[in-house]
Design a binder for this molecule. Structure first.
Ligand code: FE2
Length: 285
C-alpha cells in the first residue's frame, strides 16, 4: 500500500528564556493548556560558549507525572537523584528518566572544550502510570544505534524503530507506552530521507543546524520546529546546506493535562497533592 506523506501543519520558533538557577535556554515546546503536541509537554535546547549562561544549573528540584529525556551534543551534564543514581552525561549520551510518582534530582551543566549543547524533552505519562515507581536509564553514546545513510549523513536511533527499505533498527529505549520515536539526524546537502511513522503518532521535527526542506515548498530553518500531520510517512530533504535535526514522535494520550512547575498531572487536585507531597517529604515514597 502506498504511504501517505505527512504535511507541515505548524511551524514554531524557539523562544529564548531562562530556567533553573538562571540557565539561559531556548524553549521550543512550552507547556500549554491546549496540549497541542500531546504527549510532548516541553522541549528545551540549551547551548552556550558562555559559562555564566548556565553555571547555576538546575539544583535539587522535584518531578512527578512524566518522563524527562536529556540528550547531550556537546559538553556534559552531571545528574544526581534521591535514589542514588549519579550520571555524568557526555556528548552523545542520553538519560531517560521516568519521574512517575516522584523524583528529586539536580542537573548541572558543564562545559567541555568551551562547548555546551543539548536538549531536554518532557514526555507525558498516561494517567495509569503517573504514580508508578520512578525509573532511571542512561545510555552511553556508543550504545545508541547509528545508521549510516547511503548518500552521507546518519540517523542516531535513540528511541523507536527506524525502518528503511533494507533494514529495521530498534533504538536504545524500548517499552514506553506512548511508543516514542527520538532520532537525531544529519543530512548532507542534496539528500533525501523518508521515515515511515505510524499514522496515529504526533510528529515533530526540530532543526538545530542548517536548513531542511519538507514536502515540495516548505523549509524549516535552525531554531524552528515543525509539526507534521496526516499520513504514515515523512519526507525530508536538504538543498544547498546540510541539516541537523531531531525527529520526535509518540502516540497522543488524549487525556486532560494540568501542568504546574515540575509536575504534570491530569487534574488540579493531583497537582495540589504533588505540591503537598513535596512539602511533606513524601513525593518520592
Ligand atoms: Fe529536572
Amino acid at each position: 500500500m502506498n504511504k501517505q506523506t505527512r504535511q507541515l501543519a505548524a511551524v514554531i520558533s524557539g523562544k529564548n528564556t531562562s530556567d533553573g538557577a538562571g540557565v539561559k535556554l531556548k524553549r521550543i515546546v512550552s507547556p500549554q493548556q491546549k496540549n497541542a503536541f500531546d504527549p510532548f509537554i516541553l522541549l528545551d535546547e540549551f547551548g552556550s560558549d558562555q559559562p555564566t549562561d548556565y553555571v547555576g544549573g538546575f539544583p535539587d528540584h522535584p518531578h512527578r507525572g512524566f518522563e524527562t529525556v536529556t540528550y547531550m551534543l556537546e559538553g556534559a551534564m552531571l545528574h544526581r537523584d534521591h535514589l542514588g543514581n549519579e550520571g555524568h552525561l557526555r556528548a552523545g549520551d542520553v538519560q531517560w528518566m521516568t519521574a512517575a510518582h516522584g523524583i528529586i534530582h539536580s542537573e548541572m551543566p558543564e562545559q567541555e572544550n568551551g562547548l555546551l549543547h543539548g536538549f531536554q524533552l518532557w514526555i507525558n505519562l498516561p494517567a495509569k502510570e503517573k504514580m508508578k515507581p520512578p525509573h532511571y536509564q542512561e545510555f552511553a553514546a556508543e550504545k545508541i544505534p547509528h545508521v549510516a545513510l547511503a548518500d552521507g549523513g546518519y540517523i542516531k536511533v535513540i528511541a523507536g524503530e527506524y525502518v528503511s527499505k533494507t533494514q529495521a533498527i530498534s533504538g536504545a529505549v524500548t517499552g514506553v507506552t506512548t511508543q516514542p520515536l527520538y532520532f537525531d539526524v544529519l543530512l548532507s546537502p542534496q539528500q533525501q530521507l523518508d521515515i515511515p511513522i505510524a499514522a496515529q503518532h504526533t510528529v515533530l521535527v526540530y532543526v538545530y543546524k542548517g536548513e531542511l526542506a519538507i514536502g515540495v515548498d516548505k523549509v524549516l530553518k535552525a531554531g524552528q520546529l515543525g509539526q507534521l500531520t496526516n499520513g504514515d510517512n515523512i519526507q525530508l530533504a536538504t538543498q544547498d546546506q546540510s541539516a541537523q535535526f531531531l525527529v520526535l514522535a509518540a502516540i497522543p494520550l488524549k487525556e486532560p493535562v494540568v501542568q504546574s512547575g515540575p509536575f504534570v498531572m491530569n487534574s488540579t487536585e493531583e497537582i495540589e497533592q504533588a505540591f503537598r507531597d513535596y512539602r511533606d517529604g513524601v513525593l518520592t515514597l
